[in-house]
Write a protein that binds this ligand. Structure first.
Ligand code: SF4
Length: 401
């Protein structure tokens, strides 16, 4: 697929010396230098398309984050932005939790950036999609999927917060990986590697339009033979093709029926583009999986999913199919987000909010989450499995819930 540009141009200084920090130097481990730009190619992140997604005009920055090498790089990328100093990247007055932001929800996501330092470095066990959830290098997203749970803690407007202390995050990961030793038994996450989800609260492909945090993570994982990074994405960023991940990063392209995506996946790459990019990512050294998610139940959903699966079968070459696996995730939603969405995207709620099919459950933080009633969900999961068996039998389902 002829991408317009490739290759990040930034430095990876933060990575040098990490082997020593993390105690995980490995024979044949990855050199951690910057990715090479093919001659004459400008990075995609400087393209008009990337600038349209992130026309950054306002930056809220913790002073230490702004003064850090990564912070300075980011500020240099957006020289016209108005920079406001903030004490903390959490709860920025006028940005987070401000109901007035509902009307400009989508604009805020593209025009605003937050720079902060990640204070807590905790890796949590998961066991479903990944063995571990890594402390992310960002929180928030420039895209605006109507079902996204990422804004749950920061309120209505949740643009990308970039954590500038990526070196500390990577050093933490190196220590964590070293402590695990080799993986002794295969599981649904991976046969041999400990899988770390590095993008729980954002989209690493979009983060790579802002800075080299994603590149640094990809480079770090290629020196750790017992571990693998993993992230889900709804954005095709050709710059990632130049990072040389050497099989140590799994990209999970999220797919769903095109009509659902057009309604719900606001600001993302079209589903067809994500599918078309899979072979290029495999050839560039990534493992490529798919997230069939979220599965939204609405009239005609089975036919629509059959169509997506046929598209995967038609478009993907055998080499992608042979290594592919999928996660199937049924929609979960919550009351607060439902109410927010009614303010900016009520049509989405016509399919997302289905009280007749859904049951409510109060989560630990008090939010009311809704999910498909367990019987409805069990039948739907089985229906997806049947559709996969019929239309994409090569697609191993790692898990479905
Ligand atoms: S791409 Fe992912 S993180 Fe971004 S808005 Fe959509 S669901 Fe949320």
């Amino acid at each position: 697929m002829p991408y317009p540009t490739a290759g990040p141009d930034g430095d990876s200084d933060a990575l040098f010396g990490l082997d020593a920090l993390a105690g995980t130097a490995t024979p044949g481990g990855g050199g951690t230098g910057p990715a090479r730009l093919p001659e004459g190619r400008a990075p995609f992140r400087d393209s008009p398309a990337a600038r349209r997604l992130l026309p950054v005009r306002h930056v809220y920055a913790e002073p230490a984050a702004a003064a850090s090498p990564r912070g300075r790089e980011i500020l240099a990328r957006f020289p016209a932005a108005n920079v406001v100093e903030v004490d903390s990247h959490w709860r920025i007055p006028g940005l987070h939790g401000n109901e007035g932001n509902v009307e400009r929800w989508v604009r805020v996501k593209g025009e605003t950036l937050v720079l902060g330092e990640r204070k807590s470095l905790t890796t949590r066990p998961n066991g479903r999609s990944a063995d571990w959830i890594a402390p992310g290098a960002s929180n928030g997203c420039a895209m605006a999927c109507a079902y996204c749970y990422v804004p749950r803690r920061k309120g209505y407007a949740n643009p990308v917060t970039v954590f500038t202390n990526i070196d500390r995050i990577i050093a933490h990961l190196g220590r964590h990986i070293a402590r695990q030793g080799p993986k002794r038994e295969p599981n649904q996450c991976d046969e041999t590697a400990w899988v770390y989800d590095v993008g729980e609260n954002g989209d690493c492909s979009v983060d790579a339009l802002i800075c080299d945090n994603t590149a640094d993570l990809v480079h770090a994982f290629r020196q750790w033979p017992t571990a693998k990074a993993s992230f889900a994405t709804k954005y095709v960023n050709p710059d990632l093709l130049a990072l040389d991940p050497r099989g140590r990063t799994r990209v999970r392209f999220s797919v769903m029926p095109a009509e659902d995506s057009r309604l719900l996946d606001v600001r993302t790459s079209p589903v067809g583009e994500r599918i078309a990019a899979a072979a290029d990512f495999l050839d560039a050294g990534y493992e490529v999986h798919f997230n069939l998610s979220p599965v939204v139940l609405r009239p005609g959903w089975k036919e629509a999913w059959a169509e997506v699966l046929r598209q995967l079968d038609d478009v993907l070459p055998d080499r992608v199919k042979q290594q592919a696996a999928a996660e199937v995730i049924m929609l979960t939603h919550n009351r607060e987000l439902h109410e927010v969405n009614l303010g900016w995207h009520p049509r989405a709620e016509e399919v997302l909010w289905q009280p007749g099919l859904q049951e409510a459950k109060r989560s630990e933080n008090g939010a009311v989450n809704v999910r498909y009633d367990h019987r409805v969900k069990a039948e739907a999961v089985q229906a997806v499995r049947t559709l996969v068996a019929a239309h994409a039998p090569w697609l191993r389902i790692r898990y479905a819930f």
